[in-house]
Design a protein around this ligand. Structure first.
Ligand SMILES: [Zn+2]
Length: 579
């Protein structure tokens, strides 16, 4: 009898010893108690309530403020949240962690209103940079420019004014999509590319009517510039590059915490990066939990993937079990998305197949062999269909393997026939809510009205078909902002107030689910993350108002006031907190 009772208590309260008095055994003491809050658990089995008790790294209990007072001891920190909302920490479902960190170090053109403004920002930077050093910036998008240049080629300016302002520095300006760069003359001379150069397969060197390179390099044509830049960076003194990478990793994590993000899914890392990130996990120096996917050549991954597979490494701070985001196609904005039918505004083009189908097939075989998940980019409906074909063929070879959760990243244009196939294959379309609003102003130009309505950013259709809803902002492609992406997911409201595909908006509940449980499921992490459930990791965000009930107009005023990671407060009212 005693044994049975002891076992029962043990099952209920793993922290308490069997020989303690029953009252202590059933009321363990919390380290942190959040009370008088508006707690939305995102767990159908745990009703929304007022208070959360945390012990160590885990959620101890969820209930009313009065209920949970029994967990208060001498050492418990009790925080009265005065009605603020508590949710599971946001999970960024698709981003590029170190380049996001790097973007916090380089010129930011996201708010530039003209090409001339960009040129003047670059000129200012050049004035402070030793001659011969690269000047790099990112985040520009021609459709955000209010004033246009007089001479345009395919809607883009020619490099002359940029080259005149920066004769002594190679300049590389990365498009907001990451799928193109705009360079100056010095950079083109350095890598020996001009209008007469044959572009590499899957790339395009844009030229004017006289065959002169304009400076715009699409897809694979940008590689030579990126290689030259990273080669230059790599030749800097030993230790400088690693110190810079560490700084990027820290900056990216701190910026995540400011936005209530406690886990970040990176879709494109290297073995070298993971080596450093693993070291930082060992040191306890990772600011957020990371889920890293390899973007390496299949030939380089063979033989190495087994050694690098990690699940919940370093106290659940690092997981590596995915091959991604090798890009099957390019971006829609730069006419790179690979379509089944030509672009409406460039009828000679179906977009680009960037990484070959054969290379993706090889990666898929490796994924099966080493028990990795696939997470490959397909933006256009042709790329999406090709990827489903590749996945299906691999699944058929391995009928014994189930619950693979292979992902298709972005999934912005999908043929209706492929929605049911996705459900059948149990593939996850890993979408980003914010793209509906940042791309919305020009999607109809690219696809035409009918195709847009049927296939464009059909995120709610996917969810209603039973697919796992996901979310994210692909930082640094779009601004890291769960609130911004939540707002777009539920309103589909463009900056000018018009609506883009409003029938595809998520409900508020679905949007919150997508950013928490949905993203956790897409990473096989639903047992430890994604909801406020006793026993799960205490990763929480506190918001100034309730995302489920505030009006559409007030949504964007929501502030993250506190971020809790593994039971520790890591961000509070504007300040990053360390041990
Ligand atoms: Zn991406």
């Amino acid at each position: 009898m005693k044994t049975i009772r002891c076992l029962t208590i043990l099952a209920l309260v793993i922290f308490a010893g069997c020989d303690r008095p029953a009252s202590q055994a059933v009321h363990p003491i919390a380290d942190l108690l959040l009370v008088n809050a508006d707690v939305v658990t995102v767990d159908p089995d745990v009703p929304d309530t007022e208070a959360v008790a945390i012990k160590g790294e885990h959620i101890l209990a969820v209930g009313t403020s009065e209920d949970l007072s029994k967990h208060i001891g001498d050492e418990t920190e009790v925080i009265d949240l005065d009605g603020q909302m508590v949710i599971p920490g946001f999970i960024e479902g698709h981003g590029h962690y170190t380049s996001f960190g790097g973007s916090l170090l380089i010129l930011d053109f996201r708010y530039a209103k003209s090409f001339a403004e960009i040129v003047s920002m670059v000129a200012d930077a050049a004035a402070e940079t030793p001659a011969g050093e690269w000047i790099v910036g990112r985040g520009w998008h021609q459709d955000k420019w209010e004033t246009k240049e007089e001479v345009l080629v395919e809607g883009l300016p020619i490099h002359d004014s940029l080259s005149e302002a920066t004769p002594d520095h190679p300049v590389m300006l990365i498009h907001t999509s990451g799928h193109a760069v705009f360079v100056n003359e010095r950079a083109m001379n350095l890598v020996e590319i001009d209008g007469s150069t044959t572009p590499p397969p899957g790339g395009e060197i844009v030229t004017d009517e006289n065959g002169r390179a304009t400076g715009m390099m699409r897809e694979a044509a940008q590689d030579a510039f990126r290689v030259a830049y990273s080669g230059h960076q790599g030749r800097r003194p030993a230790g400088v590059a690693e110190a810079e990478l560490r700084r990027m990793i820290t900056l990216a994590g701190e910026e995540s915490l400011r936005h209530g993000i406690t886990s970040f899914q990176d879709l494109g890392t290297t073995f070298a990066e993971v080596d450093l990130i693993r070291t930082m996990a060992d040191e306890g120096n990772l600011p957020v939990r990371l889920f890293m996917a390899f973007e390496e050549q299949a030939a380089d991954m063979e033989g190495r993937l087994g050694d690098y597979r990690m699940v919940g490494y370093g106290n659940n701070f690092l997981t590596v079990r995915t091959i991604g985001e090798k890009v099957l196609d390019g971006a829609l904005g730069t006419h790179g998305g690979w379509l089944l039918a030509p672009y409406a505004d460039m009828p000679e083009s179906y977009g680009l197949n960037v990484v070959s189908v054969e290379e993706i097939e090889k990666s898929a075989e490796l994924a099966m062999k080493y028990d990795y998940q696939m997470a490959i980019q397909a933006i256009g409906d042709r790329a999406y269909r090709e990827l489903l074909d590749i996945y299906e063929a691999e699944f058929e070879k391995h009928p014994d393997k189930t619950d693979l959760r292979w992902r298709i990243e972005h999934a912005q244009v999908i043929h209706p026939d492929d929605v049911a196939r996705t459900v059948e294959l149990r593939v996850i379309p890993a979408v980003q809510g914010i793209f509906a609003c940042s791309d919305g102003p020009w999607v109809v130009d690219r696809l035409g009205e009918e195709r847009t309505r049927e296939r464009g950013y059909i995120f709610n259709t996917l969810a209603e078909a039973g697919l796992v809803p996901t979310n994210g902002t692909d930082p640094p492609v779009d601004e890291i902002s769960p609130i911004g992406s939540f707002h777009c997911s539920v309103t589909r409201e463009l900056p000018d107030g018009t609506l883009f595909q409003p029938q595809e908006a998520y409900s508020r509940e679905l949007a919150l689910y997508s950013y928490t449980m949905g993203n956790a499921i897409a990473a096989f992490e639903e047992d430890i993350k994604g909801s406020i459930t006793p026993g799960k990791l205490a990763d929480l965000a506190v918001l100034s108002q309730n995302l489920l009930t505030v009006s559409d107009d007030d949504l964007m005023d929501t502030e993250v006031t506190m971020t809790i990671l593994g039971g520790k407060i890591r961000y509070r009212n504007g300040t990053i907190l360390r041990d």
